[in-house]
Write a protein that binds this ligand. Structure first.
Ligand code: SAM
Ligand code: SF4
Length: 458
């Protein structure tokens, strides 16, 4: 395993990219509008922009690209934490081994069912399973957990897509994971800077930088072709991390013909029991985060960007315009806390504590269509086949009606109060579907939903 993150090269690029001319920035912005992405040098130039007028241009462009690829859709999900007992000692995390707590747990099948029920009752259809690393959280356990989530039904609802963020495993176990019917496998490198990585991960399997770096390769080799990467912003210089994320994406594209399905941009939050003297070690301001998201949107236009409830509601409302395509809502980061409604510290503190229905009302009022769509992976549109449809822009023909159908389903089953207010928005969106045949079928499916049919999609 060779380290495809060449630190010297990244530092050189960042150094060379200082003070570019306005004309050079303009050329890069125009190139990004062709939706073919940017290389690390071009991205570094944008990351180094500090002037307000230029930054505003970058933000405007990100918004334009987001609109042309993702329209006004925003996918919603919630994390489901299975365990908080960890063999690793990541200094920033409340679950780390040396943070001795009276009680840690690994949810059993019954508890997983109760948590899933609570999430379904809010209206969720897409979950991200999250677990700390422990011998008890092995592939047998994960198989049972995922089966339990998919098998749990409540009223008209059920979970239709489980994504997963758990410790890397061997190819043989990744193959079994794939067979459970997961969507995306996520693994965050946390920091791509090797020395910082070493300082932050003092013991346990995760202390091996290269093994972590190749986690997504192993998942791909096992046939999991929707991969999520990410960095924990605040551990090291954010510009370095963005370029490293791009090199990681390029590596996956070169090796497997398809880059990451998603990039996550978590910022480090204070965590009870973490071992970091002052928070965060390398501060990332709100405007830095805006820049990170906007530059990623320009650099990898077809890769989903995920934003969590680590960020507060006001900032999230700004960031959704800049290129974010998926957000979590109503999240809890302590195992068992959806069904017990316990208000306790989880893995880290959450800044956006709004319920799913509050988030939905807010984004819909802003003209976004909340989407619970799970159609792509259920119809085999994953990995390269997804990108083959996404890149020429054909995916939009499915996504918009699917988003509307899942939103309508949510309103009918979980939020009749909001349904009345959303009638006009939904009919106006249906009337905007450009293909008359798709428009007609979508209207028919809408009617069927009202008559009690469920889970209709293109
Ligand atoms: N244990 C597995 C791992 O570390 O890959 C998977 C789950 S871990 C709970 C999920 C992510 O939480 C980590 O990859 C890390 O980026 C994030 N995280 C940990 N501590 C955090 C903190 N204090 N603030 C924000 N995010 C944090
Ligand atoms: Fe364990 Fe993950 Fe937390 Fe590290 S970040 S201590 S591996 S749960």
């Amino acid at each position: 395993m060779n380290n495809f993150i060449n630190e010297d090269k990244i530092f050189d690029i960042l150094e060379q990219a200082q003070s570019p001319s306005t004309q050079r920035v303009e050329t890069i912005i125009n190139k990004s509008l062709e939706l073919k992405g940017l290389d690390p040098v071009e991205s570094a130039i944008l990351l180094n922009c500090e002037e307000k007028v230029i930054l505003d241009r970058v933000f405007e462009t990100a918004k334009q690209i987001k609109d042309s690829i993702y329209g006004n859709r925003l996918v919603l999900f919630a994390p489901l934490y299975l365990s908080d007992r960890c063999v690793n000692n990541c200094l920033y995390c409340g679950f780390r081994r040396e943070n001795l707590r009276a009680e840690t747990r690994i949810l059993n099948v019954h508890e997983i069912r109760e948590e899933t029920r609570a999430l379904i009752s809010q209206g969720h259809k897409r979950l991200l399973i999250v677990a700390a690393e422990d011998t008890g959280v092995n592939i047998d356990y994960l198989q049972d957990a995922i089966k339990t989530v998919y098998d749990t039904k409540e009223g008209n609802g059920g979970i239709r897509r489980v994504n997963i963020n758990v410790a890397p495993m061997e190819v043989i176990d990744f193959k079994r994971l794939k067979n459970t019917g997961i969507g995306t496998y996520q693994s965050f490198q946390e920091t791509y800077h090797r020395e910082t990585y070493k300082q932050m991960h003092t013991s346990g399997p995760k202390s091996d930088y290269l093994k972590r770096l190749y986690a997504c390769d192993l998942a791909q080799r096992a046939g999991i072709d929707d991969i999520g990467i990410g960095a924990l912003f605040g551990l090291y210089n954010f510009k370095f991390e963005v370029l490293a994320l791009l090199y990681h994406a390029m590596h996956l594209e070169k090796e497997f013909g398809v880059g990451p399905h998603t990039i996550s941009v978590p910022r480090i939050e204070p965590a009870d029991g973490s071992d970091i003297a002052s928070y965060p070690p390398c501060p990332v301001s709100d405007s830095d985060l805006k820049k990170i998201i906007a530059v990623l949107r320009l650099a990898v236009p077809y890769t989903g960007i995920i934003l969590s409830t680590r960020e507060n509601a006001v900032l999230r409302n700004e960031l959704i315009y800049l290129g974010v395509s998926q957000i979590s809502a109503g999240s809890k980061t302590l195992p068992g806390s959806y069904s017990s409604n316990k208000k306790a510290d989880g893995q880290f503190s959450i800044s956006d504590e709004r319920s799913l229905s509050d988030v939905i009302e807010e984004i819909a009022t802003r003209g976004f269509i909340p989407s619970f769509c799970t159609s792509c992976y259920r119809t085999g549109r994953t990995g390269e086949s997804f990108m083959d449809l996404a890149k020429p822009g054909e995916i939009k023909d499915f996504c918009q009606p699917n988003a509307l159908l899942t939103f309508e389903e949510y309103l009918l089953d979980y939020n009749p109060k909001l349904a009345g207010k959303m009638k006009d928005l939904i009919s106006s969106e249906i009337s905007k579907i450009s293909d008359p045949k798709v428009r007609q079928i979508a209207s028919g499916k809408m009617k069927s939903l009202k008559q009690g049919k469920r889970d209709l999609y293109f």
